[in-house]
Ligand binder design. Sequence first.
Ligand SMILES: *[C@@H]1O[C@H](CO)[C@@H](O)[C@H](O)[C@H]1NC(C)=O
Ligand SMILES: *[C@@H]1O[C@H](CO)[C@@H](O)[C@H](O)[C@H]1NC(C)=O
Ligand SMILES: *[C@@H]1O[C@H](CO)[C@@H](O)[C@H](O)[C@H]1NC(C)=O
Ligand SMILES: *[C@@H]1O[C@H](CO)[C@@H](O)[C@H](O)[C@H]1NC(C)=O
Ligand SMILES: *[C@@H]1O[C@H](CO)[C@@H](O)[C@H](O)[C@H]1NC(C)=O
Ligand SMILES: *[C@@H]1O[C@H](CO)[C@@H](O)[C@H](O)[C@H]1NC(C)=O
Ligand SMILES: *[C@@H]1O[C@H](CO)[C@@H](O)[C@H](O)[C@H]1NC(C)=O
Ligand SMILES: *[C@@H]1O[C@H](CO)[C@@H](O)[C@H](O)[C@H]1NC(C)=O
Ligand SMILES: *[C@@H]1O[C@H](CO)[C@@H](O)[C@H](O)[C@H]1NC(C)=O
Ligand SMILES: *[C@@H]1O[C@H](CO)[C@@H](O)[C@H](O)[C@H]1NC(C)=O
Ligand SMILES: *[C@@H]1O[C@H](CO)[C@@H](O)[C@H](O)[C@H]1NC(C)=O
Ligand SMILES: *[C@@H]1O[C@H](CO)[C@@H](O)[C@H](O)[C@H]1NC(C)=O
Length: 416
Amino acid sequence: MALSSILSLLSFLLYFIQLDVVFSGTVQKEGTICTVRSSINGSDDAPAILQAFQMCGTNGVIQLHDPLYHIETVMNTTGLSNVQIDLNGTMLWGTNLTYWRASGLPLGYDNFTTAWVLGGDQIVFDGHGVGTFDGNGQLWYNLANGVSNFPGRPISLMISNSTNSHYTGIRFVQSQFWTMAIKDSEDVLLENIYINSTSNNSVPARNTDGVDTLFSNRITFRNWTVVNGDDCISLKANSTNILIQDSVFHGGLGVSIGSIGQLNGVFEMIQSVTAERILAIGSRYAGYVKTWTGVQQGFPPNGGGGGIGFATNITFRDFTLQNLTENVAMITQCTSFEGATGDCDTSLFQLSNITWGPGITGSIQTDTLATMQCSGDAPCPGISLLGFNEVASVGAREIKCSNVVDPVGFNCTGPT
Ligand SMILES: *[C@@H]1O[C@H](CO)[C@@H](O)[C@H](O)[C@H]1NC(C)=O
Ligand SMILES: *[C@@H]1O[C@H](CO)[C@@H](O)[C@H](O)[C@H]1NC(C)=O
Ligand SMILES: *[C@@H]1O[C@H](CO)[C@@H](O)[C@H](O)[C@H]1NC(C)=O
Ligand SMILES: *[C@@H]1O[C@H](CO)[C@@H](O)[C@H](O)[C@H]1NC(C)=O
Ligand SMILES: *[C@@H]1O[C@H](CO)[C@@H](O)[C@H](O)[C@H]1NC(C)=O
Ligand SMILES: *[C@@H]1O[C@H](CO)[C@@H](O)[C@H](O)[C@H]1NC(C)=O
Ligand SMILES: *[C@@H]1O[C@H](CO)[C@@H](O)[C@H](O)[C@H]1NC(C)=O
Ligand SMILES: *[C@@H]1O[C@H](CO)[C@@H](O)[C@H](O)[C@H]1NC(C)=O
Ligand SMILES: *[C@@H]1O[C@H](CO)[C@@H](O)[C@H](O)[C@H]1NC(C)=O
Ligand SMILES: *[C@@H]1O[C@H](CO)[C@@H](O)[C@H](O)[C@H]1NC(C)=O
Ligand SMILES: *[C@@H]1O[C@H](CO)[C@@H](O)[C@H](O)[C@H]1NC(C)=O
Ligand SMILES: *[C@@H]1O[C@H](CO)[C@@H](O)[C@H](O)[C@H]1NC(C)=O
């Protein structure tokens, strides 16, 4: 027998001996491709996934092709460069809520945390329409029991400090908290994304935002389906040049600008946003703009106020509405600590140049097309409602306004 045959027989035998003792996830590396094999006994696959990112996270490919990966510990995969991540199975986040509440990685805003922070330049993350994040969210909805921003609920995925990246064909079900946060990033396209966080009992799937953007520029969301119990897509502090297209929302609050102005004396802004070709089925609003009042009450995440800055050049057009439950257009500058009321005319956060329409059709279930409460201390110019005659409503077709300056395309029917 040739020496090489003996050696390969030996390594073959060693491979099986090794399998006998190693049940945890492993990484097989061929050239620049790292394939993660999930554990045999259902133990934590996160260490193997982290190893794959270390070995192939620069100019490489990470393949997650097994049907199920168990994620029991946090993952920080940042500083990647020119990497393709191929997810063809399900990543299932673990049920040790004590662990997750204590160990989430910081979002670096409010005091929220994430289970996975992913970042770098030229990341392509392809789920091929099947790759799934399952956050085991029902456990979190039950634990929070409707309490807003229940401490320690982790964001499923935080895309951080990323440039020139593309996420496609990924499914997210039963997210623990917000499904995604995008922070400190530029030129990121996320398309063909399916999100469904639906409580299976009477406890609401609160705070299951589809995505929140922070300190990010040129972010595009295309062909999203969002089924959830909070903001479908929410743009927060220092989000600029955001494009949302060709998406379907089931329930949720629609496209949200804010909330913003939560941090006393801190300057934040949102500029140049277009949401177009959206189908909203039973959502609460089409476009929702919300700022905190000018008077701080309590502390973030559930309290705050007194923030300054502006939101401008925002357009919601070509929406098809099916049974929207409240208003097409909603502005409030009255967000305050839970349970607190008043100070609605105190915000100095300046809203301007916000347009709903044209091309908004379909139906709402109320008699109020729009409720627009601008702050008395920062009245809103440049508010346009275009072509609202094409929206079917019940009753009086109210357009309620406070401190809206020179309305374009409409007359206010009364105060908010
Ligand atoms: C990905 O999953 C699909 C459907 O489950 C399957 O048909 C396909 O072979 C898988 N591809 C890889 C590379 O595992
Ligand atoms: C859950 O996580 C906590 C904190 O990390 C740990 O002390 C505990 O042993 C874990 N429980 C189980 C069942 O693994
Ligand atoms: C992730 O790891 C990098 C490098 O160690 C570190 O700089 C960064 O703070 C970590 N991110 C989070 C959110 O923990
Ligand atoms: C952001 O990523 C770039 C490279 O992609 C890196 O040079 C820089 O240190 C990162 N910044 C932070 C704050 O992590
Ligand atoms: C975040 O801050 C709030 C209010 O200050 C506090 O109640 C909560 O416990 C904090 N959450 C975490 C995970 O520290
Ligand atoms: C839109 O995304 C869905 C997944 O949510 C996918 O099935 C569909 O093919 C995508 N549509 C297009 C035109 O790519
Ligand atoms: C969302 O998920 C629930 C199950 O959790 C399912 O019943 C429902 O059909 C899904 N909705 C959509 C629009 O996919
Ligand atoms: C947001 O952006 C503005 C304008 O670039 C900047 O002045 C401000 O400091 C930023 N806000 C924060 C909280 O970083
Ligand atoms: C307004 O936003 C659109 C994109 O939504 C952009 O094309 C346009 O340049 C912006 N206009 C101003 C004055 O910033
Ligand atoms: C809107 O709701 C009404 C009553 O709940 C129902 O009859 C109707 O079919 C719904 N329309 C659409 C487009 O979903
Ligand atoms: C709002 O639009 C008007 C008219 O196009 C423009 O003059 C003004 O500068 C815009 N305001 C802001 C804050 O961009
Ligand atoms: C607003 O009211 C004025 C005065 O009654 C009327 O001339 C104008 O056509 C109305 N505008 C709209 C968009 O209804």
